[in-house]
Design a protein around this ligand. Sequence first.
Ligand SMILES: [Zn+2]
Length: 623
Amino acid sequence: MLAVSGLHAQNNPNPGYWQQHADYKMEVAMDVKTYRYTGKQELVYTNNSRDTLTRVFYHLYNNAFQPGSEMDARLKAIADPDKRMVKSFKNGAKTVTESRISSLKPDEIGFLKINNFMQDGVAAANKVSGTVLEVTLAKPILPGKSTKFTLDFEGQVPLQIRRSGRNNAEGVALSMTQWYPKMAEYDFEGWHANPYIAREFHGVWGNFDVKITIDKDYTIGGTGYLQNKNEIGKGYEDAGVAVKYPKGAKTLTWHFVAPNVHDFAWAADNNYAHDKIMGENNTELHFLYKNTPENKEGWKKLQPKTAEVLAYFNKTVGPYPYKQYSVIQGGDGGMEYAMCTLITGRSYEGLVSVTTHEFGHSWFQHVLASNESKHGWMDEGFTTYIEGLAMRALMPPANAEEAEASPFADSYAGYYYMVKSGTEQPLSTYSDRFDSNRNYGIASYSKGCIFLSQLGYVIGEEKLAETIKRFYKDYKFTHPTPNDIKRTAEKISGAHLDWYLIDWTQTTNTIDYGIKEVKEEGNATKVTLERIGRMPMPIDIIVAYADGSQESFYVPLQMMRYIKDNPFPKLKRTVLADWDWGYQTFEFTINKPKADIRVIMLDPTQHMADVNQDNNIYMPEGK
Ligand SMILES: [Zn+2]
């Protein structure tokens, strides 16, 4: 338990950067029959801001799972509700959906009730408002000062509707995520006491010390290092240790410590298999899954692959900073938490891809803790990007066609589909404010992934790879923002990239460049390009000739003040004049007769997300 986040905060290169700090101590007792739990929480909160705080806010996420909650209302209103959260019926030809939250009975809902709230031993007024506890402080917290909050809580684990809950579809008893009173984050943008409507999270960096008392037949996996592993056993004990429980013990108390994280999650079941292997840099990889015959093959084969994924991300992004990571069967698909993930599934391929994605979030969310509610594309998109790289490197492509395709082809296809639908909203849209789940998904996962893959096109692949490593090194254990990835790319490459961040993330401007005209001029050929879309881009061009040779041309974008390295080092490249955005067309000359030209192609990598690719290629008829 080191109070290190103050130190790490100094790594963040933004002048005057600060972040709040929260040290939690919790003791909780779970009744596995009633799905109710009671606990005590002690939270030492340090105000590193320059502001005096008179109120604080806690998330009480469990309260979302009640009929009439804001989550319930949104589920009924949205055009394409999450299938996991609704029941579907056929009414003639029509499919009707019904919110599963609406029909929860009192003993099936989730709740989190708070009692005895004190600040430094003095009662503080507080009020529950939906999924948020509003606290009026007994005494203001001055800049640089700490205060101790204590409270008692009583919770009920809801039937699994989304992410957390009891008895998930695969029979896992307890998926304990978003389960405790969690301090909302206050950062340079102010409070983020967001209601829990659907989307993801933002939290305060700090340390957790958690004791969980539960029926002795249950095995727990989760965030943190088990302190009493040789008393608990269950696969956590050191080799050779024979674990003995006290005579007549009905419960065990598990003691976890998690340093420098911003959340704490766990899952428990009375029929978990638990395997442990050693990964790179002495990182213990734990696997907890239902001990059933149909699970065995996939979950066993997953284990050495997870070690490869760890090594791949260590190399590609930066060293994983904890000594443990747990892949736990639970939840409702795949969701990332500090030092662990809860996933579902049993096929080897499915388990590898979901584990690769969720493990990727350890870098892009649980170390680089961007605000998921505001910038979902930074964690989902960047994770999708490194997942794509890792899957390509570690899993053999199914066929030659797949091996040829960009690992991000699906992201581009999804983005083009969304643009065509005419319903796109900018990436900067607050996550809960997307009109449809589909567009939230395509925006944050696919368009967010393209932010990076296309940045590789813009500044060059090597500069992108360096940017990712530098971003991790500079911003780990802090809350990076969109400007921070842009500034990192600028510092690494020297390019100016304001236009890229703004157009791609704050607007729905699209890219469309085309070949307008190819004209013979004496012994040479004049090519006219045109810009049709609003978004600017530098242009790579490949020209193939009748004799089989090829050459490339590069049109720098004036506002970038930058010439990228030649992406096709085997070809001769001609760097043309800058193209200033305000001009609709651009002309250049190929020093060969038109009859010799077989193909002219814009961006052969297809990593420039050009929404109309028909005009990107010139192929004279009959060739
Ligand atoms: Zn994700």
